[in-house]
Design a protein around this ligand. Structure first.
Ligand code: CA
Ligand code: CA
Length: 172
């Protein structure tokens, strides 16, 4: 009986401590902000399709940035990861694309048309990538380079190129 009580006590103590351990393990690529959870692939890059798949394997979705509030929230999250302090340049895949119809951008993970105009100057330009291949997937770009500044603006890019990416949980 004493042993059982000890086991129950251990289970309670572990249950209380577990969330603190998971926060303290240094994995700040996953965090909850403004009721959304985000995941930032800060250590590896994938093409747009594989980024979509990767997010789904985590039960999440590739990021959609549908308005200034969602943009602010994800910037706040990215700043909290420390990545901004150590990198002057950051490009991440987001779910916007015009794969279905040229020039008609939609958020893959919500199906909504892209209404938020956050394009970098001159974008989207549907640049030619190769014979019969043009830019159809969208990144959000941040750059402090002295020549060109990008303040988390959108740009269409070649879907096969590999970039970091952000997953999120969508609000109900
Ligand atoms: Ca295009
Ligand atoms: Ca472009």
């Amino acid at each position: 009986m004493a042993k059982l009580r000890f086991l129950v006590l251990c289970a309670i103590v572990l249950g209380v401590l577990a969330p603190q351990f998971s926060q303290a393990d240094g994995d700040n690529t996953f965090a909850v902000f403004r009721q959304k959870s985000y995941y930032f692939s800060n250590s590896f890059k994938l093409n747009w399709f594989k980024a979509m798949e990767y997010c789904r394997t985590r039960g999440m979705h590739l990021l959609s940035v549908r308005n200034p509030q969602e943009r602010d929230a994800v910037i706040e999250y990215l700043d909290s990861t420390g990545f901004t302090n150590t990198h002057n340049h950051r490009i991440v895949w987001i779910s916007a694309n015009d794969l279905g119809e040229e020039g008609e951008f939609h958020w893959a993970t919500t199906g909504e048309r892209l209404m938020y105009s956050n394009w970098a100057p001159g974008e989207p330009n549907n640049a030619k990538v190769a014979e019969c291949t043009f830019e159809d997937c969208v990144v959000m770009e941040y750059s402090l380079d002295l020549i060109v500044l990008f303040n988390n603006t959108f740009d269409d890019r070649d879907c096969q190129r590999e970039y970091h990416f952000i997953c999120e949980t969508l609000l109900e």
